[in-house]
Design a protein around this ligand. Structure first.
Ligand code: COA
Length: 361
């Protein structure tokens, strides 16, 4: 690993959609963001819950969950499974089947927790590369993802230029901004200051801290106007202003989102992944930003989101200006950063226009 430590064994959970051609040259890798998983498309009965070796049994048989990019992967969609072999893997350090802090450390028989080596985005990409070798993929038509997914796409273009034909980084960063690091630090502080954290060797999730971390993040994923339109000053529950239980709708929404993450995500994985995002900097041990991005030889489609306050559109424009064969396009949306998980019609229009200029195999 980049940190100098060795990690073994490493499991990788992945899903694929469409068919790989005989030459192994029609693949597309989609990379998930912070709390995502390998289930990018279609429906699964595997519940969204922390796991490391074998997928958890459906708690609620018959309950099917769509993939996080289901609206963008499939016949006629942005990543067309009639043409391409689309794959998505849970990245190193996460908690959905790929080895991470919640996995059992073979040396101790207990979860790694904070004994896990700090992985980097480059380590995640190296694990993906090993998966591709295992699957017989010799060329990636493109690599795409939003946020941390886009960071992986950029590293791919730099680390393995011979395997990559193009990249589509969305709402991301070539190096994590002070703004992004600050928000991640607030989230980590919420987790590690929860008494249940116990220096990372918890036996029950530090639920209050993890929920607060999610709430901080959820605010940054939207925008002032989207919260305004959606919730305004609406109340949920009792409407008598004298009643102490009176809650604004936005409070209820955020509390719900916090609880939901606690049920499905591991606190130590959250700490490690946010740290990996903060450490992400394509220039590390390589050169200046201009030099490093200037050496990306493949075509790039850099996608910004008009209302993103976390990875602003301006940051994506700068990225496009420094990659020689890059074009910039913008998703028009009031939904903020989360628009890359919502605005499928726009993705399905913009991405194929670009991919049609890249040989499909
Ligand atoms: N009180 C309590 N719960 C509420 C609520 C309120 N006032 N308003 C909505 N909800 C609940 C809904 O019941 C629904 O619950 P469910 O998920 O159990 O079905 C949930 O909130 C819907 O969330 P919402 O944000 O409204 O969904 P959306 O359709 O606007 O957005 C996603 C879809 C996928 C973007 C969003 O659900 C999500 O997961 N956002 C975070 C994704 C993320 O991690 N982004 C960061 C990438 S770096």
């Amino acid at each position: 690993m980049e940190c100098g430590r060795t990690l073994s064994p490493v499991n990788v959970a992945y899903e694929t959609y469409g068919s790989l051609n005989r030459e192994g040259t029609n693949a597309i890798l989609v990379c998930h963001a912070l709390t995502g998983d390998a289930h990018a498309a279609g429906l699964t009965d595997i519940p969204s819950a922390v796991w490391s070796d074998t997928p958890p049994q459906p708690a609620n048989p018959g309950a099917l969950r769509p993939g996080w990019w289901d609206g963008a992967i499939g016949p006629g969609r942005a990543f067309d499974t009639e043409k391409y072999f689309v794959l998505c893997s849970n990245f190193l350090g996460s908690c959905y089947g790929t080895t991470g802090p919640a996995s059992i450390n073979p040396a101790t028989g207990r979860p790694y927790r904070t004994g896990f080596p700090q992985m980097s985005v480059r380590d995640m990409v190296r694990v993906q590369r090993a998966l591709l070798d295992h699957l017989g993929v010799h060329r990636l038509v493109t690599i795409s993802g939003g946020s941390l997914g886009g960071m992986q796409a950029l590293e791919w273009a730099i680390m393995y230029p011979d395997l990559v034909a193009s990249v589509v980084p969305i709402a991301t960063a070539a190096r994590h901004s002070a703004w992004g690091i600050g928000l991640n630090e607030a989230a980590r502080m919420a987790i590690v200051n929860d008494p249940d954290w116990r220096e990372g060797f918890y036996t029950v999730q530090p639920a209050r801290g993890l929920a607060l971390a999610r709430i901080i993040a959820m605010i940054s994923y939207r925008s002032m106007s989207s919260f305004g339109h959606r919730f305004g000053r609406d109340l949920q529950g009792p409407t008598d202003p004298a009643t102490p239980e009176q809650t604004f709708k936005v409070q209820s929404y955020l509390a719900y989102q916090g609880r939901k993450l606690v049920e499905r995500f591991d606190a130590a994985a959250y700490v490690y992944i946010t740290k990996a995002m903060d450490l992400h900097d394509v220039t590390t041990r390589r050169g200046t930003l201009k030099e490093v991005l200037g050496e990306i030889r493949v075509p790039a489609l850099c996608l910004g989101i008009s209302s993103d306050v976390l990875y602003p559109a301006q940051e994506q424009r700068e990225l496009a200006s420094l990659i020689p064969d890059a074009r910039y396009a913008e998703i028009q949306s009031p939904h903020g950063h989360d628009a890359f998980l919502i605005e499928f019609d726009q993705l399905n229009r913009i991405v194929p226009e670009f991919l049609n200029s890249i040989p499909a195999s």
